[in-house]
Design a protein around this ligand. Structure first.
Ligand SMILES: *[C@@H]1O[C@H](CO)[C@@H](O)[C@H](O)[C@H]1NC(C)=O
Ligand SMILES: *[C@@H]1O[C@H](CO)[C@@H](O)[C@H](O)[C@H]1NC(C)=O
Ligand SMILES: *[C@@H]1O[C@H](CO)[C@@H](O)[C@H](O)[C@H]1NC(C)=O
Ligand SMILES: *[C@@H]1O[C@H](CO)[C@@H](O)[C@H](O)[C@H]1NC(C)=O
Length: 912
């Protein structure tokens, strides 16, 4: 039978072998299928775009639209997603045709020659997703990051770059082993139990009321929001641009049918908010697949045939959310009229004379929420803001942090220009951006992660900088993006606090319920700017995730509730997303991390230190093995000193270990900054950045710890400034024989890159009026080019006592915080714990400790062994591809690019 199928196909396919390579596929059938597929996909995209715009214009944006539009792929991401859709649909049609003739299941790709597959790959644009760009032509490769981070790793240029597949630390588990989400077929059993409805889990386990919220006694709401901010540097998973099924045209919002890319969330009986029944569901969309994964069954790298998802952002701590992770966007975000390396700012509005983010250039405006929220039909609406990450408008706390860092970039660029008037715009931009990247690496490693994963995981995996290792894949793991790094959803307060100069609530500008703070940039423009919001972040505590009070209603029942229709449930979405991505269950991840795998209620109760919660979970799941990993992870009690349990501490620490070690341009890597620059950077703090860019004049020195006797409000003048002396460049002109900034140390770890690295080409000295300093508000107190490193020590200091305890050295993170946490049992940390990187983990985790004292630390046999995450063997380790290197320019096949390009580089007039 297969033979006859082959004969049918053979008519069309076999000639392909003999044809010389050309633009067209050799096979008429393949060509026909491709053209049909392309039309289906293009039509679906077009329909979806028009429908979305129509809804926005009519102001009937539904919550699911908001989420979907937010996750809309653009630019390079869109090309990646579209290529995958072309490929998948071509193969689906081909399979259908062949199957139609002979009712027998087979893999259609088995019937295609290698050459046909290559053609298909090229014509769909998939090939360009995996070709290796040359790094030879990249300017300043050893000094500055590219927007996409392509060529951070020189031998394997796409490692960690934007628009590449998420890494898999464990193979995906799909319903059909290839592509269907887990639990797609509700009768299907895993470990003898079917999966519960995610909404049921959300209702039974996550639900809390605002009144039930417990405040964190140590950490501020800034910790929570910094987590979201940081997540938006690292991960975004695009949806398909299509809102209707490719195979049957069903509109995902109008049907509860499960058909790609619709992945509706069913409503369980007796739901407290939502109607039950066949036609009741929360609409949701699948994440877009990677080219050739899933049924496309053509292996472009990655676990053969299993569906993989795309990370549209770079894996590096590079503040992509400020600068953009694609060239076009990055370019758009720069001020075209400035020769000072500045970022574009808002030209209509200011915040007490300080800069605001520019407005998004699209016509349709989903941030026009003011009239609806205020009931004032005459209220002036404003567009969404635009920034390096599309989620900038998601809530006003996040918007405020975006604004803060954009201002800091511009402040740095102006300072640098004052110090080095000869630098051109590009150099000023890149040097300021580079400093900003170092900030975020410091803030994340020194200040943030210790509060999250706790001192033990810090010591075990994130201690002293081990140096760059080109063999470490920094790529973000699917489980990190889809589960572990979503832990902070349970630390979000139901309110965006706004505080006045005295850090008190003020009725003139009261705090805002979170559900009225989504997509409301007008609050930043018209309601007092970012200062009250930032004071609220550093002056009010985070929500504490407790096992009884997990997720506030603003997220579970009112997410993106603009109008009276169905609001989303973030808890359900997280679990549904995990199933969409085929994440294995709770125990598989525990095992990977060297933790015990509870097999029954008693053992789960021990791990969770909570019998009631274990019982409720097993009523839903039947077995601990099936618990959705996000759910299981957030249910665990915290590790000591942290805000996640042992599982997420392991996963998060493992990810950051890789992000740091696999980053050639990590700020501590030799030659990236000069020692003097590194020393200067080590004093930087979030509090200082707030002081330098807002009207806030007093602030706690540690923005992450609640205000207390140990962390008092101090005047900004007592917080150390970043001293830019070390950035003064002695190269003044083309004749100078001098080295550029940051190049005192040999850049000797860059193997093959013998680029003629002329130290930043000496610029024509700019005319002296460079000093004008456009409109920096607090210009006056800016120290003139400081003469000595200590110039900044702030002479005035009236209130001597509260010495900011800014950690002085990079290693300070050994543990800055917690003096109070009793005393660290110095314990068993095996001596090698420090040098670690990742030895072949192997061997045995000590199985559940038998000793009687086992109950004080129920879980964790963790003792000494490093939870090892296997180097994902497959993950884009470059497919063979011998001819790789000569491929200079990503060649796009002609057909792929027909969508009209937005001149501003923001593909399509898509909304977010
Ligand atoms: C399709 O390919 C997969 C992976 O190679 C294989 O396991 C499966 O049996 C194949 N299916 C058929 C019908 O040949
Ligand atoms: C599933 O249930 C059957 C019958 O109750 C039992 O024999 C089998 O061991 C179970 N399998 C697993 C994986 O628990
Ligand atoms: C707007 O009107 C709705 C319904 O009439 C009401 O529930 C809400 O409180 C009003 N909001 C404001 C800010 O007045
Ligand atoms: C376990 O739970 C008990 C009571 O709920 C609590 O007092 C104790 O601190 C918890 N232990 C841990 C390690 O979380």
């Amino acid at each position: 039978m297969l033979l006859s199928a082959l004969l049918v196909l053979g008519v069309c396919l076999i000639p392909a072998h003999s044809k010389p390579a050309g633009e067209q596929l050799g096979s008429p059938l393949l060509q026909t299928c491709f053209e049909e597929a392309k039309k289906i996909v293009d039509d679906a995209y077009k329909y979806s775009r028009e429908e979305s715009l129509r809804r926005v214009r009519k102001e009937v944006v539904r919550p699911q639209d908001a989420l979907r539009l937010l996750k809309q792929p653009r630019g390079g991401t869109r090309s990646a997603v579209r290529s995958a859709d072309y490929m998948a649909q071509t193969l689906r049609l081909l399979q259908e045709r062949v199957h139609h003739v002979h009712k027998r299941s087979f893999n259609v790709t088995d019937l295609l020659s290698e050459e046909d597959l290559n053609k298909l790959s090229e014509i769909t644009g998939c090939a360009s997703q995996v070709t290796f760009p040359s790094c030879r032509t990249t300017p300043n490769l050893n000094r500055y990051r590219t927007a996409t981070s392509v060529c951070n790793n020189i031998k394997n240029p796409r490692l960690g770059s934007s628009n590449t597949p998420f890494a898999r630390w464990l193979p995906a588990e799909y319903d059909d082993a290839i592509s269907q989400p887990k639990g797609w077929d509700i009768t299907r059993r895993f470990n003898n139990f079917s999966l519960p409805l995610v909404r049921q889990v959300s209702n039974n386990i996550l639900s809390t009321t605002d009144a039930g919220v417990v405040n964190d006694r140590e950490y501020t709401h800034m910790v929570t929001m910094f987590g979201q901010w940081n997540d938006h540097d690292l991960t975004i998973t695009p949806f398909s641009p299509s809102i209707r099924s490719f195979s049957n045209g069903i509109n995902c919002d109008e049907s509860c049918e499960k058909t790609e890319p619709c992945i509706p969330i069913p409503i369980p009986p007796g739901d407290p908010r939502l109607p039950t029944g066949r036609n009741s569901c929360i609409p949701a969309f699948r994440s877009a697949p990677v080219c050739g994964s899933g049924y496309s069954a053509y292996n472009f790298g990655g676990e053969p045939k299993k569906r993989e998802q795309i990370n549209a952002l770079t894996a590096f701590l590079d503040l992509g959310q400020v600068y953009g992770s694609e060239e076009q966007l990055a370019k758009y975000l720069r001020d075209p009229d400035s020769d000072g390396g500045l970022l574009r700012v808002n030209t209509e509005f200011r915040d007490n004379r300080r800069e605001l983010l520019p407005f998004h250039p699209m016509q349709a405006n989903m941030c026009a929420t003011r009239r609806r929220v205020t009931n004032d039909t005459n209220a002036r609406e404003v567009p969404c803001f635009i920034a390096g990450d599309v989620r900038v408008d998601e809530n006003i706390a996040l918007t405020s942090i975006h604004t803060l860092f954009m201002r800091e970039h511009n402040r740095l660029a102006r300072q640098l220009k004052r110090i080095n008037p000869q630098w051109d715009s590009e150099m000023l931009y890149q040097e300021a951006r580079k400093i900003m990247g170092a900030y975020t690496q410091l803030f994340v490693f020194r200040d943030y992660l210790p509060h999250i994963v706790g001192p033990e995981a810090m010591r075990r995996q994130l201690g002293r900088y081990p140096g760059y290792n080109a063999n470490v894949d920094p790529g973000i793991a699917n489980v990190f993006a889809t589960a572990a790094y979503r832990f902070a959803h349970l630390a979000i307060q139901p309110v965006v606090f706004r505080l006045d100069d005295n850090y008190r609530e003020n009725s003139r500008l009261p705090s805002v319920p979170l559900y009225e703070a989504f997509f409301t940039p007008w609050r930043v423009v018209f309601e007092g700017g970012i200062d009250p919001v930032l004071r609220g972040l550093v002056g009010r505590p985070a929500k504490l995730n407790t096992q009884d009070h997990m997720m506030v209603d603003a997220l579970r029942e009112r997410l993106f509730q603009f109008v009276m229709t169905l609001a989303l449930d973030l808890g359900s979405l997280n679990m549904q997303r995990g199933r969409d991505h085929g994440l294995p269950g709770y125990n598989a991840w525990r095992k990977l991390c060297g933790l015990s795998q509870p097999g029954n209620q008693r053992e789960l109760a021990q791990v969770l230190n909570n019998t009631n919660l274990a019982r409720k979970l097993l009523q839903l799941y039947g077995t601990p093995a099936n618990i959705d990993v996000w759910m299981g992870g957030v249910a665990e009690p915290f590790v000591r000193g942290g805000r996640v349990g042992p599982l997420f501490a392991c996963l998060i620490a493992s990810q950051f270990q890789r992000i740091r070690q696999g980053d050639r341009l990590w700020y501590e890597n030799q030659g990236v900054f000069s020692p003097a620059q590194r020393a200067a950077l080590s004093t930087s703090t979030i509090s200082r950045i707030i002081c330098d860019n807002t009207g806030i004049s007093s602030i706690p020195t540690d923005a992450f710890s609640v205000i207390s006797n140990r962390n008092r409000l101090v005047r900004c003048s007592s917080i150390r400034r970043l001293n830019l002396f070390a950035w003064r460049d002695r190269c003044r002109g083309p004749g100078d024989n001098c080295r550029g900034v940051g190049e005192e140390e040999a850049v000797n770890n860059l193997e093959e890159t013998q680029e003629p690295r002329e130290p930043q080409e000496p610029q024509e000295p700019k005319s002296p009026q460079a000093h004008q300093e456009p409109q920096e508000p607090q210009v006056s107190q800016e120290p003139q080019v400081p003469q000595s490193p200590q110039a900044h020590q702030e002479p005035q200091e009236p209130q001597v006592s509260q010495e900011p305890q800014v950690p002085q050295s990079p290693q300070a993170h050994q543990e800055p915080q917690e003096p109070q946490v009793s005393q660290e049992p110095q314990v068993p940390q095996s001596p090698q714990a420090h040098q670690e990187p990742q030895e072949p983990q192997v061997s045995q985790e000590p199985q559940v400790p038998q000793s009687p004292q086992a109950h004080q630390e129920p879980q964790e046999p963790q003792v000494s062994q490093e939870p090892q995450i296997p180097q994902s063997p497959q993950a884009h380790q470059e497919p063979q591809e011998p001819q790789v290197s000569q491929e200079p320019q990503i060649p796009q096949s002609a057909q792929v690019h027909q969508e009209p390009q937005d001149v501003r580089g923001l593909q399509d007039n898509e909304i977010h």
